[in-house]
Ligand binder design. Structure first.
Ligand code: ATP
Length: 131
């Protein structure tokens, strides 16, 4: 990131600049958010299992959908935390509690959906393997 960009507060002027800021956002998530690293590990494990069990292309689509749904929910959760923390400077606020709890609930729902899809895809195949 060059010095001109470091204090940018306005719009991006070209696609490359926009992509670089988006990339910074993804790197920040991986560096600073423990839950995001956990989601990535779970995603790698699920993708590896899918490859090992040779799941169908329909199953791959479901797997990718839930992986990116969980990632998107975690990104929105982090945005909510960052914005609300700035708004109240780390003071207790009932509206901030509501916003953060709702955002965290969204991650939990997405993660539960991912577990259900994982069980539907992998459950019968794994049971067959151990039989
Ligand atoms: N300023 C605040 N005012 C009221 N409640 C707050 C505030 N900050 C945090 N909380 C409460 O603490 C919880 C956790 O806060 P926060 O989301 O910042 O932590 P976290 O550990 O990063 O959460 P997550 O595991 O969802 O990433 C929130 O869901 C909310 O209930």
């Amino acid at each position: 990131m060059d010095s001109k960009d470091r204090r940018q507060v306005g719009k991006n002027h070209h696609l490359y600049q926009a992509m670089r800021h988006a990339g910074d956002g993804i790197i920040t998530m991986l560096r600073e958010e423990r839950n995001m690293r956990f989601h990535c590990l779970a995603a790698v494990a699920a993708l590896g299992l899918g490859w090992w069990l040779r799941i169908s292309s329909g199953d791959w689509l479901w797997l990718l959908l839930v992986i990116f749904l969980v990632f998107a929910a975690e990104f929105l959760n982090t945005v909510t935390e960052a914005v609300t923390d700035v708004m109240v400077s780390h003071q207790y606020n009932v509206d901030v509690k509501k916003a953060k709890d709702v955002a965290a609930g969204g991650v939990l729902l997405a993660a539960c959906f991912a577990v259900v899809v994982g069980l539907i895809i992998f459950g019968p195949r794994l049971v067959n393997l151990v039989r």
